[in-house]
Design a protein around this ligand. Structure first.
Ligand code: ADP
Ligand code: MG
Length: 246
């Protein structure tokens, strides 16, 4: 298992009151699969992604990433683990506007002290189909092209896990589908573990597994849009939290 989440709890305090955002999340993810996390707005999807991506820590519970318990690591250690293992893709692309596509993609390599960055950055831009757009700045690219640059940037350091938080949220359906196909290829062709937060039924259809969050809990786990029922001969759809192996 590349990811093991056990009883993850996260709360925020708002004035006097406490909001329980994640209320005991359990699941496991195998290396090389694509998992979709879906659920209503405010159900804790982004909070969970931040923990999975080592941007934040749970208040309680255990997060084991590639066999290492990272739940209580210092911020610095967490950053090291993140840089080595995780690539992020966001809804709003998060590209630097003054840098062209090639320079945006080179950045993680420069931060990582990699001596030669150009060829590797070009290589991943080729993988995402943007060879001929390398010298364009984000403003000169379409939404779909910007998201391809962001995906290239996410994979340039060859992370084990790619996390995408609503990556098609700002794209039209057709463009969104091509981004989903690209993310799917990362799992099937490159063996990366891809976890994507989405409202998009197409994404749920393309993923190997779907985790439905509701009010900070895992409401259901399914495969290809269907409720998982293979451990329940009655087919009553009993799969639920604590019982998830993708
Ligand atoms: P989703 O991504 O599913 O829409 P989020 O994980 O962003 O949900 O947020 C879940 C809940 O946690 C929301 O009610 C949100 O207002 C709250 N929340 C998220 N981040 C913070 C924060 N930094 N401080 C206080 N409340 C937060
Ligand atoms: Mg969110």
């Amino acid at each position: 298992m590349i990811i093991q989440a056990q009883s993850l709890v996260k709360t925020y305090s708002l004035g006097e009151s406490q909001i329980i955002v994640l209320d005991g999340i359990d699941f496991e993810v195998k290396k090389g699969v694509m998992v979709a996390i879906s659920g209503p707005s405010g159900s804790g999807k982004s909070t969970l992604m931040h923990i999975l991506g080592c941007l934040d820590r749970p208040d309680s519970g255990t997060y084991i990433l590639a066999d290492e318990d990272v739940s209580r690591l210092s911020t610095d250690r967490l950053a090291e683990i993140r840089n080595r293992n995780i690539g992020f893709v966001f809804q709003n692309f998060n590209l630097l506007p003054r840098l062209n596509a090639l320079e945006n993609v080179e950045l993680p390599l420069l931060y990582g002290g990699v001596p030669e960055t150009k060829n590797r950055a070009k290589e991943v831009l080729r993988i995402v189909g943007l060879e001929d757009r390398m010298h364009h700045e984000p403003a000169q690219l379409s939404g779909g092209e910007r998201q391809r640059v962001a995906i290239a940037r996410a994979i340039v350091t060859d992370p084990t896990i790619v996390l995408a938080d609503e990556p098609t949220g700002n794209l039209d359906t057709v463009t969104g589908q091509s981004i989903l196909d690209l993310l799917k290829d990362l799992s099937t062709k490159d063996g990366k573990t891809v976890i994507i937060v989405t409202h998009d039924p197409e994404a749920a259809a393309i993923a190997d597994r779907i985790i439905q969050l509701r009010d900070g809990s895992v409401a259901s786990v399914g495969r290809h849009g269907a409720e998982e029922s293979n451990r329940d001969p009655s087919g009553a759809g009993s799969a639920s939290e604590g019982d998830f192996h993708a």
